[in-house]
Ligand binder design. Structure first.
Ligand code: PGA
Length: 246
């Protein structure tokens, strides 16, 4: 890994209730024992838990993020929606945007671009997810897809320092599969090339667990991990961090 900041982002997806927040006590204790200073721990729970979680984490270095936000930074008649301003107000500092589970529900690159702009305006940092599907990978379209997602997703965006890229091949999410190291290295270097000179942070996400982390951590162009399933179990999450930094 690099000697820059190392990110561990927990994406709880549509899991977790108030009781689940108690499970974080272990992670808080662990985070206080970490000697390395350049570690960022970010929890992205469902929106219902952001306020309670940010209160719970007040005296810690662990930060809170949201999993999605509406593209408008204004209040409005959008039943069931939450915007970035509201998320910031209850303690979120980050928001995951462009996650494939939301792309599958119909979010396209243009909408994601509007969401990124709006969230930046509200002062949130963005964890911008990109990645190819299995079909696109088989058809050797990975670079083409990544290129389009980056170009359209980041169109006319100035505040690039507030954006973290998460490369998440869709076929690796929740499947237990991860890319071969040589393929992952190639995709990360392609993404870096597409992003140009600005030194973006690039995370890897998709089935990260305490076994495959030993292999993933050796790829020194990765700045950290976006972790879904394994982040819901504090023991597994801590184990991943320990194995990465030790
Ligand atoms: P996973 O999810 O770790 O369960 O594969 C990652 C993600 O969707 O961000």
């Amino acid at each position: 890994m690099t000697n820059k900041y190392l990110y561990f982002v927990a994406n709880w997806k549509m899991y977790g209730d108030l009781k689940a927040l108690n499970s974080l006590d272990k992670v808080i204790k662990f985070s206080k024992s970490i000697k390395q200073k350049k570690i960022k721990l970010i929890y992205c729970p469902p929106s219902t838990l952001i306020n309670s979680l940010s209160n719970k984490l007040k005296k810690t270095k662990i930060e809170v993020g949201a999993q999605n936000s509406h593209e408008s930074d204004k209040y409005g008649a959008f039943t069931g929606q939450i915007n970035s301003k509201m998320l910031k107000n209850v303690g979120a500092r980050y928001v995951i945007l462009g996650h494939s589970e939301n792309r599958q529900l119909g979010e396209d690159n243009k909408k994601i671009n509007s969401k990124i702009k709006s969230a930046l305006k509200s002062g949130l940092k963005i964890i911008f997810c990109i990645g190819e599907t299995l079909k696109e990978k088989r058809n050797k379209k990975t670079n083409q897809v990544l290129s389009k997602q980056i170009k359209m997703g980041l169109k006319l965006i100035q505040k690039k320092s507030s954006i973290i890229i998460a490369y998440e091949p869709v076929w690796s999410i929740g499947t237990g599969l991860i890319p071969k190291p040589k393929d992952l290295i190639k995709s990360i270097s392609f993404i870096k090339k597409k992003l140009g000179k600005k030194p973006y942070k690039i995370l890897y996400g998709g089935s990260v667990n305490s076994d495959n982390i030993k292999q993933l951590k050796n790829i020194n162009t990765i700045d950290g991990f976006l972790i879904g399933g394994a982040s819901q179990d504090p023991k597994k999450f801590i184990d991943i961090i320990k194995k990465t930094i030790n």
